[in-house]
Design a protein around this ligand. Structure first.
Ligand code: XLF
Length: 325
């Protein structure tokens, strides 16, 4: 592939002029510019983006860390963020951390080496590394530290709404299938749900899932539960994908949903509408979350004023067949 020296020779200008033209840092005369561009087009020269990012201390790449690419909620969130970054001239690099601290740490090192312009860290685990990476960062859900703004849904309130809905539907033997302890968001959902139950003088049973994405692991979690889901009349599951696994299980055991057991998920990702029986769920405002994450990061990259306080966006219930009687 042609290099910058050959372009300079063919265009009859110096290497420094080509370099200035490519980096757009200083003025290059119109005449030299068109000669250089003609040569670039002729040989199909592709500039080295990394070298440019190092030289100009500016990059057009934003990294999105997501905990898993199979969960539809994160597909949808990534789509919103990608569109906004694209509109502003940035390319999105997707890093699938699988909630694995080592994998996430490795990604942060690679992103630093590639001088990315900023990072959106979803459900981050490597807090120290983000705090010390010298790259603008915004987090989704898990809080990293005071200097990094975090964006999330109002998970606590969402948990409260879920309880009230089951209660109003007449459920009195209620189970909450809670997310892994390391997820700040699902801990908040659990807190809201239990507080609302306590205020109604009701006890709810709580069991723990260890994951939210790998279907095999979700099924293992289900088989290891020390309770029978069909013994309850209302179940609040920490997210839609886990709720879909529960629905599949109950249907396989000939349980009538919603007559015998009512179910609520969390997210309102596209599967909640598609599955049979369609799922009542607490809607996370995916568009607004994605927009807030992208806007705050882009503003910070561009040196604009950004909010100091964390952003929390309201949730609402979307009623579908799993509680509709
Ligand atoms: O981290 C939480 C758990 O799962 C996230 O918001 C989700 O609800 C996405 O499915």
């Amino acid at each position: 592939m042609a290099n910058i020296r050959e372009i300079a020779e063919k265009a009859g200008v110096s290497i420094a002029t080509v370099s200035r033209y490519l980096n757009g840092t200083e003025r290059v005369s119109k005449e030299s510019g068109s000669k250089i561009q003609r040569e670039i087009d002729r040989v199909g020269y592709v500039p080295n983006a990394l070298a440019k990012a190092i030289f100009t201390k500016k990059s057009e790449v934003i990294a999105l860390m997501i905990p898993n690419i199979v969960n539809p909620f994160f597909n949808q969130l990534a789509t919103v963020i990608e569109e906004l970054c694209h509109e502003k001239g940035y390319t999105l690099m997707l890093c699938n951390t699988e909630d694995n601290k080592e994998k996430e740490a490795k990604y942060i090192d690679v992103l630093k080496a590639h001088r990315v312009a900023g990072i959106i860290a979803s459900r981050p685990k490597c807090k120290e590394q983000y705090l010390n990476c010298n790259i603008p960062v915004v987090s989704f859900e898990n809080k990293i530290g005071d200097s990094i703004v975090s964006v999330s849904s109002d998970n606590y309130d969402g948990g409260r709404i879920a309880f009230e809905h089951l209660y109003e539907k007449g459920c009195r033997k209620i189970l909450h299938i809670k997310g892994p302890d390391t997820f700040d968001a699902t801990e908040q959902r659990y807190a809201g749900f239990s507080d609302a139950a306590r205020e109604r003088d009701m006890e709810v049973d709580v069991v723990n899932f260890k994951t939210d994405f790998n279907l095999k692991m979700l099924s293992e979690d289900l088989n290891n539960l020390d309770c029978k889901i069909e013994d309850y009349d209302g179940v609040f599951v920490f997210n839609d994908i886990a709720a879909a696994v529960i629905i599949k299980y109950l249907k396989a055991n000939n349980v009538d949903i919603p007559k015998d057991v009512k179910i609520i998920g969390f997210d309102d990702s596209f599967i909640s509408e598609l599955i049979n029986v369609s799922l009542t769920t607490i809607r996370q405002p995916i568009e607004e979350l994605g927009e807030a994450l992208a806007r705050i990061l882009l503003d910070e990259i561009e040196g604009k004023e950004v909010p100091k306080d964390d952003i929390m966006i309201k949730t609402e219930i979307i009623e579908r067949e799993t509680t509709l009687v």
